[in-house]
Design a protein around this ligand. Structure first.
Ligand SMILES: Cc1cc2nc3c(=O)[nH]c(=O)nc-3n(C[C@H](O)[C@H](O)[C@H](O)COP(=O)(O)OP(=O)(O)OC[C@H]3O[C@@H](n4cnc5c(N)ncnc54)[C@H](O)[C@@H]3O)c2cc1C
Length: 412
């Protein structure tokens, strides 16, 4: 017997993978979905973090909006507001897991170790050694492969230097002197939580100051609403255009798109973190990290200020809040041959209006699609647009299950 070929394989069960699966299920499109559910949220972000996105912008996309975060909070008796009550990460994870149990019960909680082209479409290997054949593959691997450490820090011992994504539990730093590098949202969240975990924490950053989000104003005048409309990405016309017309963004020149994705919605920390940081966590702002060295079991940093002066700072540990960078070359599960054939710009896949790469049947969603569809797809809010559009596209080109005989290994 040959192997059955499934129409769609989804790689990744974060907000995007789960949302797309829920829509395909409702449409009756045969699919399989792989990966641990909500894994980035469970193991790459710190416990105790509050989401920056508003309540109304923090739902996964369910068919007919049948299971929103609001509904989950109502059912479980947890506080919820569209705007104004920050969502704890623990609530968001529990909601995502419940979404999976109800709408995507067929999730297979195994990693995919390789994706290759095959006469049937694609061959995926699971970590348990199963070969799965699929006509189409949706890569919904999120941020998990994209944590970025500057070259200066990349080769230092892991017990002295880590990335924010390495920590969900910060209690092990109690009593330790810890530097957090960066002034963006991940860095500042971790600094605030390190302080709560009784670490002796200091922020070291190139920025001159930290620009926190403004607290939300709930009852806004008509004029305020016109001047500064609300969207799932925050206030302002730029964000509103990003959420409402991603296909217009898709049609813009590449230089413009890349610039907007880099610059718009920089990683400003949430308003609610300000009081935990300002006046409480010492900061070395406006400094450049020149050198980092492990010595005598500690990490020694040489930083320079804009006036040219330098100083040495010594810590038990450095956590780099240096963010994430999309890079196809970092998706090691793509076979070398397949990756080499994907048309990419700055290592980011070029996608058509249906999220399809230059390889027919291979799709990328979430942050990996941001250079094509805009900042919207960096956030859970973008799962609504993506899941609706992509599932309709996949349903149109559905072919019923067949059996391939014999199974030809066609590694690309
Ligand atoms: C500190 C921090 C705070 C954030 N706060 C917010 C916020 O408040 N609101 C918001 O909307 N967004 C926030 N984000 C962005 C957030 O990452 C995205 O919104 C969201 O995770 C996108 O969902 P996703 O499904 O694309 O990716 P992910 O949530 O990253 O999910 C990807 C999934 O793919 C799986 N996977 C990866 N490789 C494989 C493989 N080989 N086989 C099988 N499975 C695989 C992973 O296990 C993971 O579960 C934040 C990000 C960070 C880092």
């Amino acid at each position: 017997m040959g192997s059955p070929v499934v129409d769609v394989a989804i790689l990744g069960a974060g907000p995007y993978g789960l949302s797309i699966a829920a829509h395909l299920g409702k449409m009756g499109v045969p699919y399989r979905i792989f990966g641990p559910p909500m894994q980035s949220w469970q193991s790459m972000m710190p416990k105790g973090m509050l989401l920056k996105s508003d309540g109304f912008a923090s739902s996964l996309s369910s068919p007919d909006n049948s299971f929103s975060l609001e509904q989950y909070c109502k059912e479980t008796g947890q506080p919820y507001a569209h705007v104004g009550i920050p969502v704890p990460i623990e609530t968001f994870i529990a909601y995502g897991l419940e979404f999976q149990r109800r709408l995507v019960p067929n999730l297979e909680q195994v990693y995919i170790t390789s994706v290759k082209q095959h006469p049937a479409g694609f061959a995926l290997e699971t970590e348990q050694g199963e070969t799965v054949l699929a006509r189409k593959v949706v890569v919904a691997a999120g941020i998990t492969h994209f944590a970025y450490l500057p070259p200066l820090l990349a080769n230092l011992p892991k017990d002295l230097v880590t990335h924010t994504s390495h920590h969900s539990n910060l209690t092990r730093f109690k009593g330790k002197k810890v530097a957090v590098l960066g002034a963006g949202s991940s860095a500042v969240d971790v600094a605030a939580l390190l302080r709560e975990a009784e670490a002796d924490v200091e922020i070291v950053a190139r920025a001159n100051s930290i620009s926190f989000h403004e607290p939300p104003v709930i009852n806004r005048s008509f004029l305020q609403r016109i001047k500064n409309p609300r969207s799932g990405l925050g206030l302002g016309w730029r964000s509103r255009l990003c959420t409402d017309i991603p296909l217009v963004f898709h049609a813009m020149p590449r230089k413009f798109r890349f610039r907007v994705v880099k610059r718009h919605l920089g990683p400003a920390p949430g308003w609610f973190v300000k009081e935990k940081i300002v006046g409480r966590v010492p900061m070395h702002m406006g400094v450049n990290l020149e050198h980092a060295e492990a010595r005598d079991g500690r990490i020694h940093l040489k930083v320079s200020a804009k006036d040219g002066s330098t100083k040495e700072l010594v810590f038990d540990h450095l956590i780099a809040g240096t963010g994430y960078r999309v890079g196809l070359t970092r998706l090691k599960f793509l076979s070398d041959g397949l990756r080499a054939k994907i048309h990419a710009v700055e290592d980011s896949p070029v996608l058509n209006r249906s999220f399809q790469s230059s390889i027919p049947g291979l799709y990328f969603v979430g942050v990996a699609s941001a250079n094509s569809f805009g900042p919207l797809t960096r956030f859970a809010f973008g799962s609504e647009y993506t899941a609706n559009r992509l599932s309709r596209h996949l349903a149109k080109s559905t072919v019923s299950d067949t059996v391939l005989e014999p199974l030809v290994a066609a590694s690309v």
